[in-house]
Write a protein that binds this ligand. Structure first.
Ligand SMILES: [Zn+2]
Length: 317
């Protein structure tokens, strides 16, 4: 049998995307802004429309893989709680979509799906042990150890963004203070910029609406050599490095693969990330590389589709 086709769906708070996937390649794609206000029924309708748009003519699709923010229970295929999508708690998403499409469906946490995508088709190909970390609005992740994707109780392993790094510190979306995500996500970088720009008229960042500053603005200013933006990225890289040190010690991967929007600035961050690892990790862990994800914004889509084809993941486990 030729390489199989699957459909990947990436459910996000702002966009729901679908793609027809063969191996690591997107053959067709479609997206819509998530109708979050319409609740689950509206978004389920969006999903079935997107699936119809990417479905091939005359070729069989073997399954559908959905990746979604968590926490979710991938054993039962149920959403537990998505902060950006109110009203979804307890929704048996996998079962509903399987019934409506007549296809086998896999539901996976977006960080775990992206880890699988990077392992099978991206920067982590050929490794037996890797940790994937996505750094964007929040921080998520997934872990492959001993050639196996880790799930843990209820499939909730790898919520690396909520590694507590500080006793106090900024409030995290989860409600706790000082999580890795609250200190090192793209949102945290934007917040740090809004605070730091006060009284810095010489910075390019102060030419903009200070309340609207985002991580993207900081990266753009850093690329133009702005000293304040470069300092902010240096601090961002140190927080990232600190979180990665924790993950190195916990899992002993052969590499950490970094994805998400902030990874677009990987070239500006990697020197300080590696310096932090060399200064803070135990000696035996200091040579482990941090690499940029290979599939860009599609790690989750490709990983979800790959999971739909992976017999060991589909259906009840
Ligand atoms: Zn948290």
């Amino acid at each position: 049998m030729a390489e199989s086709l699957a459909i990947g769906i990436d459910l996000g708070g702002t966009q729901v995307r679908a793609a027809l996937v063969e191996g690591g390649t997107l053959l067709a794609r479609a997206a819509e802004p998530t109708d979050a206000a319409g609740g689950p029924e509206a978004v389920l309708r969006q999903m079935t429309v997107l699936i119809a748009r990417v479905a091939p003519e005359g070729r069989e699709v073997r399954g559908i893989g959905i990746c979604s923010p968590g926490p979710l229970d991938s054993e039962t295929g149920t959403i537990l709680n998505i902060p950006t999508l109110p009203g979804w708690d307890g929704l048996p998403l996998r079962g509903i979509l399987a019934e409506r499409t007549g296809l086998p469906v896999v539901l996976e946490n977006d960080g775990i799906a992206a880890a699988f995508g990077e392992w099978r088709h991206g920067a982590g190909r050929g490794l037996r042990h890797l940790v994937y970390v996505t750094v964007s609005t929040g921080i998520g992740g997934g872990v492959v150890l001993d050639g196996r994707l880790l799930h843990g109780r209820r499939g909730m392993a790898g919520h690396v963004g909520h590694l507590p790094l500080a006793v106090d510190g900024p409030a995290c979306a989860c409600g706790a203070p000082g999580c890795f995500e609250a200190l090192a996500s793209g949102s945290a970088l934007g917040a740090a910029a809004r605070k730091a720009v006060r009284g810095q008229p010489e910075s390019r960042l102060s030419g903009r609406d200070p309340e609207g500053l985002t991580a993207r603005d900081v990266v753009a200013a850093a690329r133009e050599g702005d000293a304040l933006a470069l300092r902010l990225l240096g601090l961002e890289a140190r927080w990232l490095g600190l979180g990665f040190v924790g993950l190195l010690h916990l899992y002993s991967p052969e590499a950490i693969v970094m994805g998400g929007g902030v990874a677009e600035a990987f070239d500006l961050l990697e020197t300080e990330i590696h310096a932090t690892i060399r200064s803070r990790a135990m000696a035996a862990f200091r040579d482990v590389p941090v690499m940029k994800a290979g599939l860009g914004g599609n790690s989750g889509l490709i990983g979800a589709a790959a999971l739909a084809l992976d017999g060991s993941q589909g259906g009840p486990r």
